[in-house]
Design a protein around this ligand. Structure first.
Ligand code: GRF
Length: 188
């Protein structure tokens, strides 16, 4: 059994999609969902599937080994970032395969502070004709690492961050779990 921990800060729709669908791609199971935000809907979604949850503050993430210890205690094999807004401790990134999803076509529209609707607004402001998703391994820096998959969608003339986000979310649900599974299987 390949055990997965998800880190999520917000709504957690990608987290739920992974929880629901990853067992159909192999011997995978989401064992743990960690958030830095006690109001995160992602926590409630995980609880509804009887998945263990934990909350650590920004400070605990940046100055303690508590998240790493919990991940080790739960015998986690891989860490998935699904809308996680903090920098992941280097000790986690270097000891576990770690995968992130970014709601745009990196290397454009990435880096610190580029998350959520800010990304979609920046894409619209730049008058891009296409946006999409980038699924990548996580290095010591934000939005760096090996690109595992990119998928594109059009940006329409009348798009708002909300309408563009919806189109990007469809790509996320279609490709994220499958790409995680393929990558983890390629490591075994
Ligand atoms: C997604 O757009 C993802 O690409 C980005 O954060 C968003 C999270 O959405 N990293 P949700 O919390 O999974 O609904």
């Amino acid at each position: 059994m390949y055990k997965i921990a998800i880190l999520a800060s917000g709504n957690g729709s990608n987290a739920e999609e992974i929880i629901k669908t990853i067992p159909s791609f192999g011997d995978f199971q989401v064992e743990l969902l960690i958030s830095n935000n006690s109001n995160s809907i992602a926590l409630k979604r995980a609880e509804s599937y009887n998945i263990a949850t934990a909350i650590f503050s920004k400070e605990e993430f940046s100055t303690t080994e508590k998240p790493l210890q919990l991940i080790k205690e739960k015998s986690i094999d891989a860490v998935i970032l699904a809308g996680f807004l903090l920098l992941v401790p280097e000790s986690i990134v270097t000891q576990f395969p770690t995968i992130n999803i970014h709601p745009a076509l990196l290397p454009k529209f990435g880096g610190k502070g580029m998350y959520g609707n800010r990304v979609h607004q920046a894409v619209i402001d730049a008058k891009e004709l296409e946006s999409g998703i980038t699924i990548h391994t996580v290095d010591r820096e934000y939005d760096k690492g090996e690109i595992l998959l990119q998928a594109k969608c059009p940006v329409k003339a009348d798009d708002t961050p909300l309408t563009l986000a919806q189109r990007v979310h469809e790509l996320e649900y279609k490709y994220f779990t499958k790409t995680i599974a393929n990558y983890l299987l390629s490591l075994t």
